[in-house]
Design a protein around this ligand. Structure first.
Ligand code: ACM
Length: 559
């Protein structure tokens, strides 16, 4: 009831078309500091131009112009700094333009390059000067643009009157991620780009792309074309909840190198790094379907086949054979060349060790290499790939099982199980990303009665919001190793793009605030107040979303 009243009061104020917005804002994630300067308002007009201090800010300027045109029907002109001058001359000429009061209304983007917190920015709106965004770096300018977007109306046909204010803002964590499983179900390039835009609009900066698993191999490998020829299409699909109903319809798809280049470029323009994941030595049935000889059971092809739809953590795994290690060297080398980012994810989770226990050949390998148990063998695989990845100048990330048999300190741990495993990772000196399933897996349904995305859950919006990213009882030094947090979307029960959107929204917005805003700004009640306008934004973007929040909080939606 209390929440209902807060929301009613806020929305009476914010929904007044064409009027300056009420002095409470619905910016998600909440900025570090907002000062309302109280000097009136600023109207974005059709002849407003976007100016920038250097050409490298063009993607931020274009992003804003595209958003204004696509969603609000207001085409703004982007004015590139004149080319042909030396860099020094260019920046002083631009500085003159940027500091001179202009008759023409303008939005100014400036990279301060001041060496302060990466991603930080200041946004100032004054009645005469218009909008000025100054980033500590290029990413900061882009995040300032995202905040400006959140001050805009949530539908076309409403004048974009901006409040006069000053915002100072910077991220709490360097790593703010979202994951997408494109194996259990395949999503086209256009949707991957849309998904990346959703990340950008929430100031998230890492896209973790889960490309291989038991159900398919979804990235072209020039060194091993048969991986996608055989491993990207399954003969059938299981529909409905477990055990589901088998339908013999071929299902598949994969991303070519050109697709990957396009997606990586698209993400980079949005200050997002793509982290590809090839999952080994478990979750490898797509590899074994292509090369049954890589398994511990080469003469039993039924034990080396693509699995359909439903997840099974007892699936067959890679065997430690020379040809398997050659394979790993080839594919991880190609992956490092294909993706320009610093990080390569090797999976490492849920490797069913029983296949190694039952294989005399594997036991013989372990004796020869003085590996005392199967956990040590798992580490052997991870070490091997780490050397390949390091030789390419890259850093390895793996799910928290990679800790089991010991790994070197420069590996990054992604904690998906209970936070205890993440604590163990930081205590053993590893940079750690927290994506603990009970708080961060958006394939869990949002409320008990929701059935659209499968049987597991619930994981409420509030629980996502309240996830404690830095666990208790860490020393200050250990806390520094908490690199950030991530939301994950596993797609066993998510065959369509609309279900993917339904699963991530609004919980991704809660994650974004949790991982960006300082702890003292985290306020669940204030967040619930902002959520309704966020729903209007989802609608503006054409995204599906779950309304479970309104039911669980006993809040009625206004519209
Ligand atoms: C995982 O959910 N198995 C990483």
């Amino acid at each position: 009831m209390y929440l209902k009243k807060i929301m009613a009061a806020t929305f009476a104020a914010t929904a007044l078309a064409g009027q300056a917005q009420e002095k409470t804002f619905s910016i998600i994630p909440e900025p570090v500091e907002i000062t309302v300067t109280g000097q009136g308002e600023y109207l974005i007009q059709r002849n407003t131009v976007i100016r920038m201090s250097e050409p490298t800010l063009a993607p931020s300027a274009t992003y804003l112009a595209d958003y204004m045109e696509r969603y609000l029907g207001i085409p703004l002109q982007v004015e590139l700094p004149k080319s042909g001058k030396s860099r020094k001359k260019l920046s002083s000429a631009v500085e003159t333009i940027l500091s001179k009061p202009s008759d023409q209304p303008c939005i100014i983007l400036k990279n301060q390059k001041n060496g302060e917190i990466p991603g930080g920015y200041q946004l100032e709106i004054t009645p005469v000067g218009g909008v000025r965004i100054e980033g500590n770096d290029e990413a900061g300018v882009f995040y300032g643009v995202q905040t400006l977007i959140q001050l805009l109306p949530t539908r076309a046909g409403v004048l974009p009157i901006l409040p006069t204010l000053k915002i100072i803002d910077y991220p709490r964590f360097p790593y703010r991620g979202m994951h997408l499983d494109v194996v259990r179900h395949f999503f086209p390039v256009d949707f991957i780009k849309k998904y990346i835009d959703y990340l950008a609009l929430h100031k998230l900066n890492y896209f973790h792309w889960h490309l291989t698993d038991d159900q398919a191999w979804r990235v072209e490998m020039k060194c091993r074309p048969e991986l996608t020829e055989k491993g990207s299409i399954r003969e059938g699909e299981i529909f409905g909840l477990y055990p589901g109903k088998y339908q013999p319809l071929p299902y598949g798809g994969y991303y070519t190198h050109e697709d990957v280049h396009e997606i990586v470029r698209y993400a980079a323009e949005r200050h997002i790094t793509v982290i590809p994941e090839i999952d080994i030595p478990g979750h490898c049935m797509a590899v074994l379907a292509t090369y049954p000889q890589f398994s511990t059971t080469p003469n039993e092809p039924k034990k080396a086949a693509l699995t359909w739809g439903i997840f099974n953590k007892f699936n067959n795994v890679l065997a430690p054979k020379p040809e398997v290690f050659d394979f790993l060297k080839d594919v991880f080398s190609e992956l490092c060349d294909l993706f320009p980012g610093q990080y390569i994810h090797v999976g490492g989770d849920e490797c069913a060790k029983r296949w190694w226990q039952e294989s005399e050949e594997t036991q013989q390998f372990m004796r020869e290499h003085e590996l005392k148990d199967e956990k040590a063998l798992q580490s052997y695989f991870i070490h091997y790939v780490q050397e390949v990845v390091n030789a390419k100048g890259k850093t390895l990330i793996g799910w928290d099982e990679i800790l089991e048999g010991g790994i070197s300190e420069d590996c990054i741990v992604m904690n998906w199980r209970r936070p205890e495993f993440g604590k163990k990772a930081v205590r053993t000196n590893h940079r750690t990303i927290f994506t603990c399933s009970a708080w961060s897996y958006f394939n869990l349904k949002e409320s008990r009665i929701q059935s659209e995305i499968g049987p597991r859950g619930p994981l409420s919006l509030e629980k996502v919001y309240e996830f404690q990213i830095v666990p208790d009882s860490l020393t200050t030094e250990q806390q520094e190793l908490v690199w950030g947090a991530q939301g994950c979307l596993w797609t066993e029960y998510i065959p369509t793009t609309w279900k993917a959107e339904f699963a991530i929204f609004p919980r991704m917005s809660a994650l974004a605030e949790n991982v960006w805003s300082p702890l003292e700004k985290k306020d669940w009640i204030n967040f619930t107040r902002k959520v309704e306008m966020q729903f209007e934004r989802y609608e503006l973007w054409g995204a599906r979303y779950s309304e479970a929040f309104f039911r669980t909080q006993d809040i009625e939606r206004k519209r």
